[in-house]
Write a protein that binds this ligand. Sequence first.
Ligand code: G3I
Length: 357
Amino acid sequence: MNKVFSNPRWCTIAVALSAAVLFGTGCMPKERDFPTSPTLREFAGQHGILIGAAARPHLLVEEPQYADILAAQFNSITPETDLKWLHTEPEHLTYTWDNADAVAAFATANNQTIRGHTLVWPNEFYYITTPDYVRNAPDAATMQKYIDDHIEAVVTRYADVVHRWDVINEPMQTLGSGVDPNIITATLGEAWMVRAFQQTRSLDPDADLYINEALTERPGAKHSGLLALVGRMLDAGAPIDGVGLQSHFLFGAPSVQAMVSVMQDWEALGLKVAITELDIVTWLDNEEAQALQYENVVTACLSVAACGEITLWGFTDKHSWLNGFLGSWSTPLLFDADYLPKPAYAAVSMALAGEGN
Ligand code: G3I
């Protein structure tokens, strides 16, 4: 265990004058002196829960540290993009499996389970991951056939290694509280969602089937809207096993009570809950505040029996989607850009070990 310091190269004079002077932490060298053994997966295993990370297959071969930490610390992997429709079936019945296969092989070699993300992501708020041939389908029946064919191909190929499917990602309006009026739902109504769950169940009866949604980690209108949608789908015969709370906390994490309240609502419906895409941005580079918020997320999940998974959207600040979306200052994950464990890592580790504050 070495005592090392992160490289403060990102600190500009402007940040130094504002954040460091005002808050005393922004540009100071950061101490990185946290034990990484026992690992997160060892602690999580004691609770019977999954601790996962989103992964990018090219990094598994390009960066040994990336592969080493992913294998050592996590017992679940979510392919960050490589199971999405645009990546697996960019043209109808034309498949590109190499990247998803690489993640599957890595997970199998390291005794990790895979979260299958995602069969259909209809929402087009920021990214479009549904190919144009689907969005431009000439009629409803053809669009439905494209969906059927896609689900059959992906689920059949990966049923052996995927144990939870995000059957549908983000069916809700991103910033609203209703069902998103994207081209698929506008064309087929909510029936396509029920059918997607039924089809996935018939192809992979042993997997848990999830709806995965953003910005529903606190009580509020969108959480209520999702409860209503899931209720309608269950009534219509959709075999939904659980709800994924993405948990991209760009303005800090909710309180423990808020998260527990939301999870208990799902538990009351007899559903499982997974935290599926956790990352936490704390403005002004306050690593201690970030650590406390990570601890709160773990505490909330461990408090509710229905919560069986905490998956992070990556693990190193070097490779976070937020580097593109917000900028590299966002540093939302457990390891810094030099693969050194941050206070957030220690907080998650201690919370899983039952030694939180
Ligand atoms: O791999 C190609 C590369 O070959 C090409 O040169 C480059 C040019 O743009 O694109 C690369 O693909 C990018 C891919 O990420 C891999 O990094 C795509 O353009 C880019 O759109 C894609 O973004 C991903 C996004 O979902 C859309 O699939 C993000 O990495 C990923 O973090 C993000 O994840 C989503 C979840 O699935 C759902 N919830 C929100 C979350 C964050 O937005």
